[in-house]
Design a protein around this ligand. Structure first.
Ligand code: NAD
Ligand code: MG
Length: 393
């Protein structure tokens, strides 16, 4: 039986993964090695029982006792804390879902690759912060990475049987997020609740706000560059409000291969779970007549500075992705706590990346995870300083 582990099992992608695993037979079909979560220990315990997991881990030390109580008598091992999550990633397994949110997802994913497991990668931050290191680790250990981000799964599927050298362009679609139709002069006053009202996708809070600011798309552009190893100039972004086309690959003969489907993460998760087989999935089918039409708009880069920042990071490469991502995480924390405004997020990230490119050799490639950790740490300090400055204005 295939051994699986799910990191970030209690999140939005984690829940969809759990749903598919249960649909496919649960413990009768999979040997669940480890499930990890955060403070939602009751849900983590339920999932661990349902899948008959060997190990359940919470990221928080103070959640150890409630998790232990919830699983007492089940025979499921319990652990807590960041190092316990890394240990769980070392436990031998065949397929790992990487669905922790943020840079915290990087090291468990690297550990999974080091043991040669297939990594189903939802955690885009891994490729943004340490793309070259992640890809090199996979190659060194003969491990495979399967994209789970819907756009990257779409591109991956549109490339099946094709030669990457015949690719002209990769077109990432973006819904435009909750504030897409807001006039630009109102964006400054957008509140967290406004940015959370995503039109099409139901996702975790952080990525939903990142969709509204286009930081999600900025991360995905960098993710595309790192995963598919294409030239940054070949990557385009188009706003497609219906979220039916999940992305497209354009070939040198002018042909475009597009991947279409309902906006449901169980599509890309299921593809990565069953790859290379295309198995039946419990997702809605598209009714084209009911849809009527699909529309497109070019993104306005003055409205979305995140897209320009992504271009700068792709030009610099090295540790600049780690800096951008860490600064974005700090800016997002400050926005979510109501300390800075919506547009301040991009300003904080911009100021942090500019300062770090003057202060450090941001374009130097990471040779080890420690380089990434150090840049992540420094960028968080600088971004916090910039966020406080903006808060005091
Ligand atoms: P979420 O916030 O719903 O869930 C995050 C999970 O990670 C939870 O289980 C949480 O307990 C855990 N977690 C959070 N911080 C942690 C830490 N410091 N250490 C260990 N565990 C921690 O997030 P999500 O929306 O499911 O997104 C997960 C990842 O997948 C993100 O990288 C996101 O960008 C990516 N992604 C999500 C979607 C989506 O539809 N939600 C789509 C594409 C990509
Ligand atoms: Mg996506």
């Amino acid at each position: 039986m295939r051994r699986i582990s799910v990191f970030g099992a209690t999140g939005s992608v984690g829940e969809s993964t759990f749903d598919l695993l249960m649909h496919a037979g649960g413990p009768a079909s999979f040997d669940t090695v480890a499930l990890t979560g955060g403070r939602n220990v009751q849900r983590l315990a339920q999932m661990a029982v349902a899948l008959k997991a060997k190990l359940a881990v919470t990221a928080h030390d103070d959640c150890y006792e409630p998790l232990r109580l919830a699983l007492s008598g089940t025979g499921i091992h319990v652990a807590a804390g960041t190092s316990a999550i890394l240990d769980a990633a070392d436990a031998p397994t065949d397929w790992v879902m990487s669905a922790i949110v943020g840079a915290a997802g990087l090291e468990p994913g690297l550990r999974a690759l080091q043991q040669g497991a297939t990594l189903a990668l939802a955690n885009k931050e891994s490729l943004v912060t340490a793309g070259q290191l992640l890809m090199a680790t996979a190659a060194a250990h003969g491990a495979r990475i399967l994209p789970v981000d819907s756009e990257h799964s779409a591109i991956f599927q549109a490339l099946v049987g094709e030669d990457i050298s015949a690719v002209d362009r990769i077109i990432l679609t973006a819904s435009g997020g909750a504030l897409r139709d807001w006039p630009a002069d109102r964006l400054a006053i957008a509140k967290v609740t406004d940015a959370l009202a995503h039109p099409n996708w139901s996702m975790g809070a952080r990525i939903t706000i990142d969709s509204a600011s286009m930081f999600n798309k900025a991360l995905e552009v960098i993710e595309t560059r790192e995963f598919f190893d294409v030239d940054p100039d070949q990557i385009e972004v188009i706003i497609h409000p219906e979220s039916i086309i999940h992305s497209m690959v354009g070939y040198r003969d002018g042909a475009i291969m597009a991947h279409l489907g309902s906006p449901d993460m169980r599509h890309p998760i299921g593809y990565a779970l069953n790859w290379p087989v295309r198995a039946p999935l419990p997702v809605a089918r598209i009714d084209f007549a009911a849809l009527g039409r699909l529309t497109f708009q070019s993104p306005d880069e003055s409205r979305y500075p995140a897209l320009r920042l992504a271009r700068e990071v792709m030009a610099l490469r090295g540790l600049s992705g780690a800096a951008l991502n860490a600064a974005k995480e700090i800016a997002l924390d400050h926005f979510m706590d109501g300390r800075i405004g919506f547009l301040d997020m991009a300003a904080v990230v911009d100021a942090t990346v500019s300062q770090l490119s003057a202060e450090t050799r941001l374009g130097t490639a990471a040779t080890a995870i420690e380089d990434v950790r150090a840049m992540d740490h420094l960028a968080r300090i600088r971004a916090t300083e910039h966020a406080i400055k903006r808060q005091l204005r």
